[in-house]
Design a protein around this ligand. Sequence first.
Ligand SMILES: *Cc1c(COP(=O)(O)O)cnc(C)c1O
Length: 339
Amino acid sequence: MIDLRSDTVTRPSAAMRAAMAEAPVGDDQFGEDPSVNALEARIAALLGKEAALFVASGTMGNQVALNVLARPGDDVLLADEAHIVWHETGAAAANSGVQFRTIGDGGIFDGDAVRAAVHPRGHLVFPPTTLVVVENTHNRAGGIVVPQETVDGILAAAAELDLATFLDGARLFNVAAATGLPLDRLAAGFDIVSVALSKGLGCPSGSVLAGSAALMEKARRVRRRFGGAMRQVGILAAAGTYALEHNMDRIADDHANAKAIAARIGNIQGIRLAPVDTNIVIFHLTGGAMAADIVAKARERGILIMAFGAKTVRLTTHLDVSAEECATAGTVLAEILQA
Ligand SMILES: *Cc1c(COP(=O)(O)O)cnc(C)c1O
């Protein structure tokens, strides 16, 4: 099977497992796990932040950040189809009591959209807008990169309006690979940034939050409150450090493979392809075909892909699929879509 359902399906390599087996560990809740401490310091430095915090998953990172940056009843601005709104089982409402407003279009909004949407604090009826979230790359919009000048505009508006800012950078390494911009440039200006180790970098688990020392101290308590504080978790952190050293430079290969698949299916009648900036290919079925049908037909021919909606299909490239396998998948999919 060629598995393109998600970049989370990768399995840790023998070398990554060896690094995990050899990792020095201690009780991370006492701050005594050297492998966790090393990974947190490294990610903080990469993102240009004072401190960092290892968390079990991207969802936990997002939920901890929302809890730290907003209060119950607050109004949070996000892009349409944000992961936080669609893929976290209503967690932000359940955990933190915030309400969402999605703004912009196709996963992108700008500073003026923030200015137009913001509700003032202390108003008699409006929920106060206190936080703006940027998702980069934007998953459901097709792994698209939010242009850096747009990000800068959002941050300028947030500063003007005294809004906190969070970057859901589960795939920020893909943004760096696609744009050539350094990670600290992409993270600059955000109060808290999250990056995932379990997607393009191929780790079995883990995300890392980064921000000021004061915010990470709060985040550490919230992580505990949410049941996410772990003990000898350096075994997982060591996979992260291994991945930063060995799996970062090849992310551009995933992008080339995604573009190759898109090139094979892009001109087929009855589909509308989202822009392919990174390692995600999303297409919408504009004719009679249903996503579940396409997914089932692909499975019969050895290709695993995902229905992202009734008429939306997603494919994701990653370090466990080769250029040849992606070419095969593109050809097979083209045949299915043409039939
Ligand atoms: C995958 C993803 C997450 C959540 O990560 P998990 O580790 O699956 O919980 C958060 N944000 C975005 C944009 C994602 O794509």
